[in-house]
Design a protein around this ligand. Structure first.
Ligand code: HEC
Length: 210
């Protein structure tokens, strides 16, 4: 009796499964919570323009005005459009936030200057670094004579910062090599060197004090 019952159940199950498998399913069934079934994950550096069509507004750029941790002293001026000099001139009014360099800061800033700037502007800031070498070096444009040229001695810190941040003619931007604080410190270093050229004793004392 039980064997017969079992046999009937097995027969029904087998027939049912054969019938259901035979039918080719042409329409996929509805998916419950498709976001969970199909990942919307994206690769960081992939092209995301297609996501816009799906209503996802993703951009891998920081929100405008974002200041990275450690990036003190925001600079309020944007880069001028080609041919425009409005912000370049406006930058003259921006005061450098670095008032002095302690002895260790001075040593570190000098190191950064020699790595990033000295190759062109020279260890003595005379506009004659190894890349220029009086016109014999591989870099054809004459770098600014930061010490010894009245034009650059009179140049306000904010305008120097503008040029270091956005570049000036053949000099590129140094915004990615040096953070804002380091850039302002280098400009302070240039200003100290300019003052040193005029009154060596006074500045030597001023920097040694810290
Ligand atoms: C590859 C060579 C090169 C390097 C490296 C370089 N400069 Fe220059 N720099 C130049 C040249 C060339 C000019 C002249 C640009 C002009 O006025 O046409 C210049 C001009 C300047 C000026 C004057 C900008 C102005 O508005 O007239 C400043 C200030 C300056 N550089 C600072 C720096 C500092 C600080 C660094 C390092 C972070 C640096 N430079 C690195 C080549 C260089």
């Amino acid at each position: 009796m039980t064997m017969k019952k079992l046999f009937i159940i097995a027969l029904i199950v087998t027939v049912a499964s054969i019938i259901s498998c035979n039918d080719v399913q042409r329409k996929p069934s509805n998916v419950y919570i498709p976001d969970m079934a199909y990942s919307r994950a994206y690769e960081t550096y992939a092209d995301h323009s297609n996501l816009k069509d799906a209503g996802i507004n993703y951009t891998n750029l920081p929100v405008p005005g974002t200041i990275a941790r450690g990036e003190e002293f925001p600079f309020p001026l944007a880069k001028d459009a080609a041919g425009d000099t409005t912000n370049y001139f406006a930058s003259k009014k921006i005061k450098g936030p670095v008032d002095s360099l302690s002895k260790s800061e001075y040593t570190e800033t000098e190191r950064l200057y020699l790595i990033n700037c000295g190759i062109c502007h020279g260890a003595k800031l005379d506009g004659n670094g190894p890349l220029y070498k009086g016109g014999e070096g591989p870099f054809a444009a004459k770098p600014a004579t930061l010490v010894g040229d009245a034009k650059y001695e009179a140049m306000p810190e904010g305008q120097m910062f503008y040029s270091v941040m956005y570049g000036k003619n053949l000099m590129g931007s140094y915004a990615s090599q040096l953070n804002r604080k380091q850039r302002w410190q280098i400009i302070k270093y240039i200003k100290l060197k300019q003052a040193e050229g005029k009154a060596p004793v006074a500045v030597a004392n001023a920097t040694a004090k810290n």
